[in-house]
Design a protein around this ligand. Structure first.
Ligand code: FAD
Length: 308
């Protein structure tokens, strides 16, 4: 049967911790539920080698193990998963239509849990060498850089986590940060600064990415001295922030100045029956525990909306 006209009680957009948690709750409540994920199920946290602050795992757990278990838990209750990208939503009275290239899905409620997308550096060579040395995910691509020199660009938790993850493979890691202070939490900073394979280049920006078939150098500049240099690296991991994945929601939902979805106490947006959960929600603290909590709240309230 074509999937294009299939009906669900709830469609969940995004398979990170927020969407997976929502899926556990809606499926367990016997609401027919479809989760649509455009990339890898698990969301951003699959980039974390070890999650140390999710309750219940005293010795930490990898992001992949954590979200694989969440997905299995939701699937056990009947959650369906589709690998596709949601490109639009149409509201027809109480009925909502979720649009993807594979088809349209009719649903009573929608939980938007699309998280955020990595920001680009925007320098020459970045686009050209993406997949040829430029990466946005150390967990996905780190193994390609065994015994090589690499650069990580950024200064927040994600960048520091990426640099630490790369110590498993690379022989040398430059962490390039445009300021003189990291934004990452103290515990991550301590780990980073204690690792002899990581060299932090403070007050430095990447100006260009160079190579032939693959990346072999980057041009950097110290913003205080204006001194320029070329670094020999085989890989560049870009970790300079993220923005809410709400491009397809403009005009339908209220977004804040950063593009995150504005939702009320019940995590319902201005459109009845459409809920927002996790990093995509305005005011989110952008942590797994909060995303999972949001997923549960949105799911319970979606159930109440449908029952009404
Ligand atoms: C390297 C790294 C380390 C981190 N470490 C920690 C940590 O130790 N502890 C912690 O609590 N948090 C950590 N975080 C933050 C944590 O990963 C996020 O807070 C959490 O993943 C947010 O979950 P989410 O479900 O809201 O969004 P996401 O995890 O971003 O998942 C959203 C999903 O939606 C999908 N999607 C988006 N738009 C669409 C669309 N239109 N159609 C279909 N699918 C779509 C995306 O592909 C993505 O898989 C880390 C993040 C990174 C990057």
């Amino acid at each position: 049967m074509s999937k294009s006209l299939k009906k669900y009680d709830v469609v969940i957009i995004g398979g990170g911790p927020a969407g997976l948690s929502a899926g556990i709750y809606t499926s367990r409540a016997r609401l027919s539920s479809l989760l649509i994920e455009k990339g890898a199920v698990g969301g951003q946290i699959i980039n974390a080698e070890k999650v140390e602050n999710f309750p219940g795992f005293a010795d930490g757990i990898s992001g992949i193990d954590l979200t694989t278990a969440m997905h299995r838990q939701a699937t056990n209750f009947g959650l369906e998963t589709l690998s596709d990208e949601v490109t639009g939503i149409e509201v027809k009275g109480k009925e909502k239509v979720v649009k993807t290239p594979q088809g349209h899905f009719i649903t009573k409620a929608i939980i938007i849990a699309g998280g955020s997308e990595r920001q680009k550096l925007g320098v020459p060579g970045e686009k050209e060498y993406t997949g040829k040395g430029v990466s946005y995910c150390a967990t996905c691509d780190g193994a390609f850089f065994r015994d090589k020199s690499v650069a990580v660009v950024g200064g927040g938790n994600s960048a520091v986590t990426e640099a630490l993850e790369l110590t498993r493979f690379a022989s040398k890691i430059f962490l390039i940060h445009r300021r003189h202070e990291l934004r990452a939490t103290k515990i991550l900073q301590e780990k980073l600064l204690a690792d002899a394979r990581i060299e932090v280049l403070w007050d430095t920006v990447v100006e260009e990415i160079l190579g032939d078939t693959f990346v072999n150098q980057i041009g950097v500049k110290n913003v205080k001295t204006d001194k320029k240099a070329l670094l020999d690296v085989a890989g560049v991991f870009v970790s300079v922030g993220s923005q809410p994945a709400t491009g397809y929601l403009k005009g339908l939902l209220d977004l804040d100045a950063a593009g995150a979805v504005i939702a009320g106490d019940k995590l319902e947006t201005g459109v009845p029956g459409i809920f927002a959960a996790g990093d995509i929600r305005s005011g989110s603290i952008r942590q797994v525990i909060a995303a999972a909590g949001d997923g549960a709240i949105a799911a319970v309230n979606a159930g109440k909306y449908i029952a009404e």
